[in-house]
Design a binder for this molecule. Structure first.
Ligand SMILES: Cc1cc2nc3c(=O)[nH]c(=O)nc-3n(C[C@H](O)[C@H](O)[C@H](O)COP(=O)(O)OP(=O)(O)OC[C@H]3O[C@@H](n4cnc5c(N)ncnc54)[C@H](O)[C@@H]3O)c2cc1C
Length: 546
């Protein structure tokens, strides 16, 4: 980059630089320090690198030295060269100390082969020997202990958006904040590869910024799938591949619970196990390949019957219409009710395995609460990084709640301790988790332990309140479907058709339930995928009868 307020000089420098370096470098020209700094900020946000800054010493408003000093905040590794007249030589020499100047170049620089290129060659060589790899992916600047920062990290990771994380206190984090004109109070800052920067975005803004669709493209579909876990993705793949106009709406990220699993070992066809992220990525690509539309960050909050149309309504009042709906909303983690837990959620306390936190657990003491398979898997996964992993289980043994193979694996790990008959009664910490109070249920004895992380896996419940009064649910909120609707041989309440409900059909004709959200479902990845596929077959049968 070359900066000179004299347009003639500026053009001449740029012309000479282009002649020699134009094939390998972009030469950026600016007429003032302000203009040059604006250009540098944009380049910073786009993740571009700057090798050499060449500034004229005498410029009105902002001198070359002032410019170079400010530019250092953005690009400390860029080589700094001052262009001076002979009379200003002593000022230039002083500047070597002030702005850590790498070179001063006297005007005129003719012939460039002798006076300009050798200088720039040396600067480029020096620059090339330092590490300054381009960061093409999304950049995220935030605070280590901030609930929103960790939510955004989790959101990007679960949506398979590659990103690089910078602490707001790190030098590069500070540079990015400066380039975006952010004061650091509203975090996180998200910078996409094209340089677009937003502070503290909502999930919807974030999705749009990283290129995830958030609005259905069509007016009317054959099939709306609500929920993007294994059941929903299965339904989307089969629906779209069989020619149905299919849209899937998901409130956070595809993958559902399975997407958060570090290793699924019992899914058919993966003898060495598969991570939830890999399985989700493949399923997602498969659904898109067949033409399914995937809409992210939209939470269904209402279901209406409008003649033969079924309307799924979103929180902002928007809606999408279709002939049929598959409810595949699965289950959500149950909250751990103990003082301090809610306040410290995202600040050391996490629901599910929070895969983005795993690397931070290196050398730390980690607690996991829960006695089912998901807790066991997480313990094995976290023990690879953590100093110790303690599994806190309310029951008196793991055998009843966890698969045999996992209990065996836990027993073989030195770093994993299992504390049965134990409950977490309080979480402590000022701005992040520091301690847990445990109670031994057998003896009633209380104990405080140091803890950096707590991962909660204490079961899950369907969040189906939004279907209240429309679709029949059981006492725990699971959606009742098919033969279960007519328990005891009675006709299902509210069912108006002559035929009986199809196998996965709910009390509303044309609305189906698949996966964990369905009452009596198997709560497995394979059965969820299978139900997604079966529901699509029943959708065809329903459509034939329309
Ligand atoms: C950590 C962990 C490990 C597991 N390991 C295994 C294993 O090894 N093997 C195995 O077989 N099973 C495993 N399971 C269980 C398995 O993951 C589930 O049975 C399976 O994911 C259920 O799929 P689903 O599509 O029915 O629901 P979910 O996976 O729960 O997906 C539901 C989706 O719907 C979305 N959603 C919910 N409500 C709405 C709404 N109103 N609007 C829009 N979207 C909504 C959610 O955000 C979610 O993405 C594991 C579960 C966990 C948590």
């Amino acid at each position: 980059m070359t900066v000179d307020d004299d347009a003639g000089v500026s053009r001449a420098v740029a012309r000479d630089l282009r002649r020699r370096y134009g094939g390998t470098h972009r030469i950026v020209r600016a007429d003032s320090g302000d203009q040059a700094l604006d250009a540098l900020r944009e380049m910073k946000l786009r993740g571009e690198q700057v090798a050499v800054l060449l500034a004229d010493y005498r410029m009105p408003r902002m001198s070359g030295l002032e410019f170079l000093e400010s530019a250092m905040d953005l690009y400390p590794a860029a080589r700094r060269v001052l262009l001076t007249a002979y009379a200003d030589t002593s000022a230039a020499i002083d500047a070597i100390n002030v702005v850590d100047l790498d070179y001063y170049l006297l005007k005129p620089w003719d012939p460039p082969e002798e006076k300009l290129y050798p200088v720039i060659d040396a600067q480029l060589d020096a620059w090339a020997s330092t590490d300054h790899r381009v960061v093409p992916e999304t950049k995220l600047v935030g605070h280590r202990w901030s609930a929103r920062s960790s939510q955004v990290r989790e959101f990007l990771a679960r949506n398979q958006v590659p990103y690089r994380w910078y602490s707001a206190e790190s030098p590069e984090g500070r540079r990015l904040l400066e380039a975006a004109g952010a004061d650091g109070r509203d975090l996180p800052l998200v910078v996409s590869p094209d340089g677009t920067a937003t502070t503290a975005p909502t999930d919807g803004q974030l999705a749009a910024q990283v290129g995830l669709a958030t609005v259905p493209a069509g007016d009317f579909y054959d099939l709306v799938v609500v929920g993007g876990g294994p059941a929903g993705l299965g339904a989307a793949v089969y629906g779209a591949s069989e020619g149905l106009r299919t849209v899937l709406v998901e409130r956070t990220a595809t993958g559902g619970q399975a997407g958060q699993s570090s290793r699924i070992e019992n899914y058919l066809g993966f003898p060495d196990g598969v991570s939830g992220a890999q399985l989700t990525d493949r399923a997602r690509r498969q659904a898109v390949k067949f033409g399914a539309e995937l809409i992210m960050t939209r939470e269904a909050v209402g279901l209406e019957v409008n003649g033969s149309a079924r309307t799924v309504r979103f929180a902002d009042g928007d809606a999408v219409d279709a002939h049929t709906v598959i409810l595949a909303t699965g289950v959500s983690y149950r909250q751990l009710m103990a003082p301090g837990v809610e306040r410290l959620t995202g600040l050391g306390v996490y629901y599910g395995s929070a895969l983005t936190e795993v690397a931070n657990c290196a050398g730390r003491d980690v607690y996991i609460v829960g006695g089912a398979n998901s807790a066991g898997q997480a313990a094995i996964h976290l023990a690879r990084e953590a100093r110790s992993v303690t599994l806190v289980v309310r029951g008196d043994s793991l055998q009843r709640s966890m698969s045999y193979y996992l209990v065996q694996q836990l027993a073989q790990q030195d770093r994993i301790n299992v504390r049965t008959c134990t409950e977490i009664v309080e979480a402590h910490g000022a701005d992040h988790l520091e301690r847990l109070s445990l109670r031994d249920n057998a003896t009633g004895q209380a104990q405080d332990v140091d803890a950096d992380y707590l991962f909660v896996f204490i079961g899950a419940a369907p969040r189906t309140e939004w279907l209240d009064g429309v679709v029949t649910r059981d006492q725990r909120g699971f959606v009742v479907a098919g033969p279960d609707l007519a328990a005891g041989g009675e006709r299902a309440p509210g069912w108006i058709l002559d035929r009986a409900p199809f196998h996965l059909e709910t009390s509303v004709p044309g609305v189906f339930a698949a996966g964990d959200v369905r009452a009596e479902s198997a709560k497995r990845v394979a059965s969820a995928v299978g139900e997604g596929a079966l529901a699509v077959m029943l959708v065809h049968r329903y459509l034939e009868g329309l």
